[in-house]
Structure formats: C-alpha cells, structure tokens
Write a protein that binds this ligand. Structure first.
Ligand code: G6P
Length: 361
C-alpha cells in the first residue's frame, strides 16, 4: 500500500502519473519535425504493404486508435481481436507487418496470434510496456511504451502511452512505405504532442468528473458513443466503466446507435458523446437522437463544438490537434469511472473476476 503514496488507489495514482508517463513515452522520439525510434531506423519497414494489429481488452482500443492513423497515412491496416485471429485474418505474408499491442507482453491470446502470424511469414513487432516480456523476446522487433509499472488491474496510463506510441509509429512506418501519404499536417501534429502532458495536467486539475459521477450514478445503463478516433475512446470509456463499477456500460460507433441500441435509450441511460474535432457531425446528430428520447447527454471533448450547446453536461479538454484530443477525453472518462466506482465502494484496483494479465486462452 505504501506505493500508493497520497492516493487512495493505484488507479488514481496511475491516472495522475500520465503527464510524466506520457513525457517518457515521447522523449527522444520526435526530432526536427520527424519521428525516430532507436530500434527502428529508417528502412526498417521496407517491403511492408499492409499492417495488422492484434490485441485484447484495453490494448485493443489503443490498437484501434493506431490503426486508424496508419490507414490515414494511406497504408492498409486492420485491427483484429487476438482471440479471434485465426478466423478474422486475411492473407498474411512477408509484406504484412503484424503488431502485437500488449502492455504486459504476456497475454496468451495475443502471443498466440503473434506466433500464428510469424508462422505464416509476417514480419512481427511487439509494442509493450515490459522489457524482456515474451512478446518482446519473440517478435522480430520491440518498441517500449515506457509507461512505468502499472499496478491497477484497469489499464489507464498504459493505454495513453500505447496510443501515443502507435500514433508515432504510424508516421515512422509511413516513412518507409512507397505511396504512403504521411499526414499533411504532420508537423503541426507532432508539435502539438509536446503539449500533451501539460494538457493532461489541465484536465486533472479542472475536471468535474467526480460531481458528474455522483449526478449520474443512479442510472440503469451508461452509453458511450464516438466516431473515428472518438469511437475507440468511447469503447474504452465503456470498458473501463463496466470493469470497475460493475454497472452496465456499452460503447458504440455513433452512427450505429440508431441501428439497435437506441431501443434501450431512456432518461435512465446517460450518454457520453466523445468527439475529437469540430466537424464530427455524426456524434452530434446521434447524440441529439438520444436526447430527444430523454437521455442525459454529456459532451466529452474540446469546448469549441456544437455538441456542447445541446449537451446537459460537458467534460471539457483543452484545444489541441484532433489526433491527441481523444486521449484527453479518455482521461476524463478514466476519472469518471474511478469516481463512480469509488462512490459505489468497489475494490477499484482489483475488480472481481479480472486479472492484470491473462495467461490462459
Ligand atoms: C486483461 C486486463 C486488461 C488488459 C488485457 C490485455 O484482460 O484485465 O486490462 O487490457 O488483459 O492485456 P495486455 O497486457 O495484453 O495489454
């Protein structure tokens, strides 16, 4: 318990550690407007034509984040549930880069997918937090997210460090793939990254997630929606919420809400709408649909968005490049889950039935 310091739980300590852990993740990896990974010098990805990410749980949501950025760079990228790798992978050969995203580097499903991909001829890369872990040893290459040890079963700081590492990796890969189209505003994106640790600090200091958790706790279900990068954050927000509160929570692509889940929406189902940029119309229109069915709407994102005007509450994040805004929204949702679980007196650091690392299939 001494390791918790001034905090009641490891989870809260780890949420508050993010300005530091993110600074460590970024350190030395952005140089002169370009991305550099010591283990992956230019040319490391020569011959790669497509990328597939394999992961489980929270790491899968970070992989979703990363895969979107690889696709935006003009490279084919899929994100696959490691436990379903056999049935969901397409053709794999030496032009495929399979990236295993795993905090522990020991998740059995992810290791199994990594081994299957390697057997089929793929080039493999582990993105992990643990130096010398099985994934790091077995993959052709390894990149460390440098989040520092995470004790709470619910992943927090490792998620944000994974997402940042993968965003940087997307630009590094694009540098080696002919015909790739690295982001036009890459320089602005990389420049904005330097401010991310400070922006997280601002969220930690200004959040009213605790009050909001109190105000919404007496509800039937908790829904989280988002589109694009916001979708992966919404899915992660719902996973975190159910893991530690034991309340029913689901995340959806914003546009999917009307294709089924809307039947569940009532005044007893608060809806957290995550967005990363001002032109996210889908999240706005679908949130309005839910609002007209009585659901309280919480906008989660920057202030400069039309959704803020229609929402009942707002968990705000500082203005930044859209690629990083989702990670700030995620910090708000981590705090929401934490405070909801605390008010419900759940064993936050060790939720029932869950393990930090699952080493069986
Ligand atoms: C377990 C943990 C999750 C984690 C998942 C993947 O289920 O409870 O928090 O996201 O494993 O773990 P990994 O170590 O592969 O990232």
């Amino acid at each position: 318990d001494a390791g918790k310091g001034e905090y009641d739980h490891y989870m809260l300590k780890e949420i508050h550690n993010q300005p530091t852990s993110l600074a460590n993740t970024i350190e030395g990896r952005v140089e002169d407007g370009d991305v550099a990974f010591e283990a992956l010098p230019p040319g490391s990805f020569d011959g790669i034509e497509s990328v597939q990410f394999v992961a489980c749980g929270t790491s899968y949501h970070a992989a979703m984040y990363g895969s979107q950025l690889v696709r935006e760079a003009g490279i084919r990228a899929d994100v696959l549930r490691a436990s379903e790798y056999e049935s969901t992978t397409g053709p794999v050969d030496e032009t495929t880069l399979t990236i295993a995203v795993t905090q522990s580097g020991e998740t059995a499903d992810t290791l199994d997918a990594l081994r299957t991909a390697a057997d089929r001829g793929a080039r493999t890369l582990a993105v992990t937090n643990v130096v010398g872990s099985t994934a790091a040893r077995e993959a052709d290459d390894a990149v460390y997210i440098r989040a520092g040890p995470e004790v709470g079963v619910a992943a927090t700081k490792t998620y944000s460090s994974q997402a940042v590492t993968l965003a940087l990796l997307s630009q590094r890969i694009a540098g080696d793939v002919p015909d790739a189209t690295p982001a036009d505003d890459r320089a602005a994106m990389l420049e904005a990254l330097a401010d991310l640790p400070e922006h997280v600090e601002t969220v930690l200091e200004s959040t009213h997630a605790e009050t909001l958790a109190q105000d919404t706790l007496d509800s039937e279900s908790f829904f989280f929606i988002g589109s694009g990068l916001g979708r992966s954050v919404a899915l992660e927000g719902a996973l975190k919420f159910k893991e530690i509160t034991y309340e029913h929570a689901e995340g959806f692509a914003a546009g999917e809400l009307k294709h089924g889940p809307l039947a569940l929406v009532t005044e007893e189902t608060p809806l957290f709408a995550v967005y990363t940029s001002g032109d996210d119309e889908k999240t706005k229109t679908n949130a309005i649909e839910a609002k007209s069915r009585g659901a309280p709407i919480v906008a989660v994102g920057p202030t400069d968005h039309p959704l803020v005007d229609v929402a009942d509450a707002h968990l705000s994040v500082p203005e930044t490049h859209p690629v990083w805004a989702g990670l700030l929204a995620n910090v708000q949702l981590q705090l929401l889950s934490y405070h909801a679980a605390k008010q419900l007196e759940r064993p936050i650091d060790k939720p029932r039935n869950l393990a930090k690392s699952v080493t069986v299939e």
